[in-house]
Design a protein. Structure first.
Length: 65
């Protein structure tokens, strides 16, 4: 079940990646719902996903809190 939630979160973030503000809001929701080990997996994915999307890099500050 937890893999499903992580995959769902990734798909939502991919869909809203056109808007940094919306991406940030969805990322905040993900932080509240995912388990700690899922967050580690999400962090790895985020670093890969945002590598070529500099407009989203500032959103990653929320995961370092």
């Amino acid at each position: 079940m937890t893999k499903v939630m992580l995959d769902y979160t990734k798909s939502i973030l991919e869909r809203v990646s056109f808007d940094p503000t919306l991406f940030y809001k969805e990322l905040q929701k993900a932080i509240k719902t995912l388990l700690p080990y899922e967050m580690e997996q999400l962090k790895e994915w985020l670093f890969r996903f945002t590598r070529e999307r500099p407009e989203l890099k500032s959103c990653l500050q929320v995961i370092n809190v």
